[in-house]
Design a protein around this ligand. Sequence first.
Ligand SMILES: [Zn+2]
Length: 144
Amino acid sequence: MIFFNSSVVYQNSRAFERRFKLHPLVQNLLDNVLIFTKLSLKKDINGRITSTVSTLEEDVNFHRKSTTHLEGRAFDFSVKDLDEQEIYNLKVAFQNVAGHLGAWQSGGGKTDYKYRCLIVDHDIGLGRHLHFQIGKDIAQNFKD
Ligand SMILES: [Zn+2]
């Protein structure tokens, strides 16, 4: 799909050049998030993807705790001009269809409670974005 591989969709050349190093499931998820944004939310998708695959050095610089970008299991999606309702609609839509693919996250505290987390809504200093991630087990067990 040439349109969604266009360099203008990506905020920087690093994210663009490394997009095909993403896990195939993550590439598919990324395309579907862009389609949803364009067709359902009717929002511009240019500059929307801010990060794909990272290097260890970049993870250290960004103080990233997880290895999901390094391992090609995550991408970052900027919510720059979306309102709260649109962000909510997008999160719910993808949680419903792909929540079972999310990375395992610890519930915190002293419990062993863990849950699958597909979307992390946060700002690590580069603007608010949705971090989409798939589980290591999902990535490893994937067969096409
Ligand atoms: Zn991220």
